[in-house]
Design a protein around this ligand. Structure first.
Ligand SMILES: Cc1cc2nc3c(=O)[nH]c(=O)nc-3n(C[C@H](O)[C@H](O)[C@H](O)COP(=O)(O)OP(=O)(O)OC[C@H]3O[C@@H](n4cnc5c(N)ncnc54)[C@H](O)[C@@H]3O)c2cc1C
Length: 322
């Protein structure tokens, strides 16, 4: 029987949505496969129980105090070690910052290849066929992985997140042998904002150079707060230092696939579209009716952001109070 592993991701002990997306990807890859989710680190009971309810067959927790802090080489060596003894057919990681760092190291440890940043997967007879966007999403490349275990990183938001299905998988704790941790991440600084992460938000209000100045993003923040949305940014405003890189959407930023993306003063350059054109509904506000963003928008408002955005926010406030 095919054995598929999903490398789970947690943040502050809680399961990240990308893990639930990987579970869906794994389930679609092979109906009858046994699905194991691998979590790394101590104190992950909450995440292990959450994942156990999402139709995984087994949860393996590398429950070791030495793995509490992320260490690219140490974690990869530990995961590869356990993979050698369990011999899975497929290992899926996510193409997040962490997954892009860790999964290729696991592949290197096992001496096998990897398909990175894929959006679709099929399991054939001894091969894994993967589809990955190239040239800023203008073309799709088909990549075939022959080496085993077949390893791939899956782009976030490519699959719907699995939900709890009433099943409860067995949670097994695994001990890790001796390993050299190498570099260890000893701390991370949370973003100052209390808004959702742009990569995981269901609604994003994106701002571009058309906002005119960094202080004008307060208009977008007010709209975002009404909607419970994240604020996203084009590279132009990130390069100008108006917004942090963590908010950048696009080819060299984050790939997002929210239910609603409201692009304000963003022209719609191909590199920006590469990161957001799979949003379910796109609303664009731009004073130039020829702006390329209108080519992908479901709803376009030709107008000045300084007039349209406050009106949208006020309308939402009225609706909330009504
Ligand atoms: C290798 C490479 C990678 C890149 N990666 C990315 C990436 O990840 N993400 C990204 O975003 N870009 C990326 N870029 C840059 C990209 O090519 C564009 O330069 C950038 O997206 C433009 O940002 P913008 O739309 O904010 O600015 P502009 O292109 O300057 O557009 C501003 C828009 O605002 C409108 N506007 C102006 N004033 C108003 C107003 N008052 N009301 C309404 N509308 C108004 C204008 O009509 C215009 O359409 C990359 C480029 C390269 C070469």
């Amino acid at each position: 029987m095919t054995a598929i592993w999903v490398l789970g991701e947690t943040r502050d002990g809680a399961l990240r949505r990308v893990t639930s997306e990987l579970i869906t990807a794994a389930r679609q890859l092979s109906d009858g496969a046994t699905l194991t989710v691998v979590l790394v680190g101590p104190g992950l009971d909450q995440a292990a129980n959450a994942v156990a309810a999402q139709c995984a067959d087994r949860v393996l927790v590398l429950d070791d105090a030495r793995l509490a802090d992320y260490s690219p080489d140490g974690w990869a060596a530990a995961i590869a070690d356990v993979a050698r003894s369990h011999d899975p057919d497929v290992i899926l990681g996510s193409a997040t910052s962490r997954g892009r760092d860790l999964t290729p190291r696991v592949a290197a440890n096992l001496g096998v290849g990897l398909a990175s940043d894929v959006v679709d997967l099929t399991l054939g007879d001894g091969v894994l066929d993967a589809v990955r966007p190239i040239y800023a999403g203008k073309a799709l490349a088909r990549v075939r992985v022959h080496s085993r275990p077949h390893i791939a990183t899956v782009r976030p938001n490519s699959y719907p997140a699995a939900t709890a299905g009433g099943s409860t998988a067995a949670v097994e704790r695994v001990t890790v042998g001796d390993y050299a941790p190498g570099a260890v991440v000893t701390g991370t600084e949370p973003a100052a904002s209390s808004r959702p992460d742009v990569a995981e938000a269901d609604i994003i209000v994106g701002g571009g150079r058309g906002m005119g100045a960094p202080e004008h993003f307060a208009l977008l923040e007010a709209l975002a707060d009404e909607l419970g949305a994240a604020v996203g940014a084009s590279r132009a405003v990130v390069d100008a230092g108006w917004r942090p890189h963590s908010e950048q959407v696009g080819q060299t930023g984050k790939t997002v696939s929210p239910t609603l993306y409201i692009a304000c003063g963003i022209s719609g350059a191909v590199q920006h579209l590469a990161g957001m054109k799979t949003a379910k509904v796109i609303v664009a506000v731009n004073k130039d009716r020829e702006a390329p963003i209108f080519g992908v928008a479901d709803y376009g408002i030709v107008g000045d952001v300084f007039q349209v955005v406050p009106e949208l926010t006020a309308a939402l406030q009225r609706q909330r109070r009504a």
